[in-house]
Write a protein that binds this ligand. Structure first.
Ligand code: HEC
Ligand code: HEC
Length: 355
């Protein structure tokens, strides 16, 4: 096997041998390695790279044009769990495979770590990161692709991938599994997820599964809660201890099924002073009555513990929360609070709690 930067093994090994009349003909087909200006057919690695580039552009027409008419395209895996697993034949089979992928997955990102060339075969260890449309399940897994390229066309493709994580992402969230997992959360957040101010742990009811899941994923990835964030840091370990992304979805589904709890107000500011400020600075995202706006990713606020919210606003202001480059929503919030003084923020919170 030869790394991508060197000439394919076929050509390299030929030059090492004694040159015979037959070999001279073979060498002339080896393109650059034999000194001719243009190879008559593209090298296998170029065909494979062109396929990945077309896939990244979403250019399915080019993808299909790079495979041979009689291609055999194999995605290993149990088809009862993975809708796109199977053996697909010909260009129409490959187009159908990509249609199945598109029907089932969104936000598909893939990367290649290395190209290993062995004769007319190209072996590519890489990774894939996707979200299952039907469940919202996310996976990030390793894979290996093996291509066979004949006369500039891919005649065979095989994909080996970590199927267990993909199958888990296809499983819908389970409230029952989430209930069992929540036993590890209740100590801080309370038996009904109503929050425990003494633990600085917020009320989780009313937030909805999409927001809960997003925050849990942020804690897990270290996007929210760094070492300078005493309370947020506690959550990193808790989110990582949950069993995979499926565990996060399960516990979020369970919490979202619990009845709404209204945390009582704490008298931090003056609600009448906060009314106009809230309308100007917060209502566009969080709604006129702080009811939240799921389409903007802005959570409801009126049920939340006032002291917890105050901590969050100071954290957004100082960059403890919302300054991570990958925290799209947190950055929006940080920008929203920066122009406001602490006194004004306290008045806004008092208004929110009056709703
Ligand atoms: C050791 C105490 C502790 C445990 C156990 C714990 N949490 Fe937390 N959780 C916190 C604290 C403290 C915060 C507030 C973090 C901050 O200030 O940013 C928090 C924040 C959260 C948030 C963000 C809420 C929001 O409004 O943005 C979610 C979601 C969450 N926890 C879910 C869970 C789940 C699910 C579990 C169980 C798997 C769990 N927590 C276990 C202490 C805990
Ligand atoms: C541009 C839209 C936008 C504006 C304007 C905005 N927010 Fe937010 N806010 C968000 C988003 C999105 C989040 C979720 C951040 C995350 O995912 O970590 C959020 C989160 C919060 C949180 C944390 C909630 C929790 O459960 O942890 C508080 C508190 C909050 N906002 C209060 C305010 C207040 C008060 C204002 C007005 C001064 C305001 N927001 C203005 C979009 C906005």
């Amino acid at each position: 096997m030869t790394a991508s930067r060197t000439a394919p093994l076929r050509c390299a090994s030929l030059t090492a041998r004694r040159v015979t009349a037959t070999l001279l003909v073979a060498l002339s087909l080896c393109g650059a390695a034999a000194g001719s200006p243009r190879p008559s057919t593209p090298r296998p690695i170029s065909v494979v790279k062109a396929l990945y580039a077309a896939f990244d552009r979403g250019d399915l027409k080019t993808v299909v044009s790079l495979v041979a008419k009689n291609v055999v395209w194999i995605q290993y895996g149990p088809s009862r769990l993975l809708p796109f697993a199977g053996v697909f034949h010909g260009r129409s089979g490959v187009a159908y495979f990509f249609k199945l992928v598109d029907q089932n997955l969104k936000d598909v990102h893939a990367g290649q770590r290395e190209y290993i060339v062995s004769g007319n075969r190209v072996i590519v260890p890489g990774w894939e990161d996707s979200v299952v449309r039907s469940t919202g399940g996310h996976y990030h897994v390793n894979n290996v692709h093996i291509f066979t390229v004949v006369n500039g066309k891919i005649t065979r493709f095989e994909e080996y991938i970590d199927n267990a994580d993909i199958a888990a992402a296809f499983k819908p969230a389970s409230v029952a599994r989430g209930e069992a997992l929540f036993t590890t959360c209740a100590g801080c957040h309370g038996d009904s997820a109503q929050g425990r101010p003494a633990m600085h742990a917020p009320n989780l009811t009313g937030l909805g599964s999409a927001y809960l899941l997003r925050e849990l994923r942020k804690f897990r990835a270290g996007i929210r809660g760094n070492a300078s964030d005493t309370y947020g840091f506690m959550m990193i370990g808790r989110a990582r201890a949950l069993p995979g992304d499926r565990g996060l979805r399960d516990v979020a589904a369970y919490i979202a099924s619990l009845p709404l709890h209204q945390s009582p107000p704490s008298p931090l500011g003056n609600p009448e002073h906060g009314r106009g400020l809230y309308a100007t600075h917060c209502a566009a995202c969080h709604g006129a009555h702080a009811e939240g706006n799921p389409s903007l990713g802005a959570p409801p606020l009126r049920q939340q513990d006032e002291v917890y919210m105050w901590t969050q606003l100071t954290h957004f202001r100082s960059g403890i929360r919302g300054s991570n480059a990958a925290d799209t929503e947190g950055k929006q919030m940080a920008a929203a609070v920066k122009p406001l003084r602490p006194r004004e923020l306290k008045d806004i919170l008092a208004f929110i709690k009056s709703q």
